[in-house]
Ligand binder design. Structure first.
Ligand SMILES: Nc1ncnc2c1ncn2[C@@H]1O[C@H](COP(=O)(O)OP(=O)(O)O)[C@@H](O)[C@H]1O
Ligand SMILES: [Mg+2]
Length: 355
């Protein structure tokens, strides 16, 4: 995919506060890119810089190689969808969607054709004459999406558009959003603080922390190979073992943890004492580690029934909290307070940089 938008060294300060601390980001044409991070990490601020509603304190934004840093929002011609629906209450669904075409002077016949096309795209056939108040939250957000896409913007910016919806509606709209992205081929930049939403929707995810982007990668790559502790812990659940006396040995890192010798593949970079293992690779049982496995003793603190599986929260002798998943159907006779072995294949561990 070719580069569509490029941001280099983007900073934004509000008084003495640094909301963006020098962000570099390459947005590819036609991709679904998600900004994911905790509240206050700078996601909306960067989206506003992209939209042209905020001018960066330093740095540049280019589109197809041309500098657009100083171009105002109305001249960028990007589509936007926010968390609040921001529809015109006194206008019908069709008139809401037609509005961007009207202010651009598009003739009525073409307007009607484009609105009809949009109404079909977002599944609002039979609702076009209604006022927004007569629609559910999910339907209102579909109108907002149609209105943002009707003038065929090359870039669509979405700031937590699904956050106000209940779980079922949110999942339904996630699915539809993905479909709309596929059908239109527009570049989507989507903001969320919901990890599962980001994993489900995105071609790539940019992880935000504290005014910066810490990693940009595909969901699979971010989950399997987070580059720092923040990303490892933010995306899904993970076990982190702080190893004592870590040492390199023939392509492995060997360290000690609660009296056990723990072995993991050595990373490309320098040695770090942080070993991570995803819960799905962990076994919990009465028998200690086999050859090729690591094992740590821990007691069962909590069993959380989740329907399809059961989450086990355990605590090792040094206080480290561990998480394992038992799928429905697996034997699950372990008792609260019982001390068991938490084991995993050595090759499933990943050493991550300490930060
Ligand atoms: N106009 C503003 N004036 C002062 N501080 C702001 C302004 N806009 C955002 N901030 C601050 O910048 C930080 C990042 O905000 P924001 O980009 O909205 O975060 P996010 O969208 O990731 O939750 C927050 O601490 C916020 O309070
Ligand atoms: Mg925000």
């Amino acid at each position: 995919m070719t580069s569509h938008i490029e941001m280099v060294g983007v900073q934004k300060t509000f008084g003495a506060f640094h909301a963006l601390k020098g962000v570099d980001l390459d947005i590819r044409r036609g991709e679904f890119l998600t900004f994911l991070g905790p509240s206050g990490s700078g996601k909306t601020t960067l989206l506003m810089v992209l939209a042209g509603f905020e001018t960066p304190t330093a740095g540049t934004v280019t589109k197809d190689g041309a500098d657009i840093t100083g171009v105002s929002a109305d001249r960028r011609n990007f589509g936007m969808v926010f968390q609040g629906y921001a529809l015109f209450p006194h206008m019908s669904v069709a008139d809401n969607i037609a509005f961007p075409l009207k202010i651009r002077g598009v003739a009525k016949r073409e307007r009607d054709a484009r609105v009809a096309e949009m109404i079909e795209l977002v599944g609002l056939t039979n609702h076009q004459a209604k006022r927004p108040q007569a629609l559910s939250g999910g339907q209102q957000q579909r109108v907002a999406l149609a209105r943002a896409l009707v003038f065929k913007p090359e870039l669509l910016l979405l700031d937590e558009p699904l956050s106000a919806l209940d779980k079922n509606m949110r999942e339904q709209l996630q699915f539809e959003l993905k479909e709309v992205h596929r059908k239109t081929g527009t570049t989507f930049v989507f903001v969320t603080h919901d990890q599962n939403e980001a994993l489900a929707l995105s071609d790539r995810i940019a992880i935000f922390n504290n005014g910066g982007i810490v990693q940009v990668d595909t969901p699979e790559q971010l989950y399997a190979a987070p580059r720092d502790r923040f990303t490892a812990e933010f995306l899904g659940s993970i076990n982190i073992f702080e190893l004592d006396n870590p040492r390199q040995l023939d392509g492995f890192v060997v360290g000690d943890f609660c009296g056990q010798k723990i072995i993991a593949p050595a990373p490309d970079g320098g040695a770090s004492p942080l070993l991570s293992v995803r819960p799905e690779f962990v076994d919990v049982r009465k028998i200690g580690p086999d050859a090729g496995e690591n094992g740590v003793e821990a007691f069962v603190r909590e069993k959380v029934y989740q329907g399809g599986n059961t989450l086990l929260k355990l605590v090792a002798a040094n206080g480290t909290e561990l998480t394992a998943i038992r799928h429905a159907g697996q034997a699950s006779d372990m008792e609260h307070g019982e001390t068991l072995w938490v084991t995993w294949p050595r090759m499933r561990g990943r050493i991550i940089p300490e930060n």
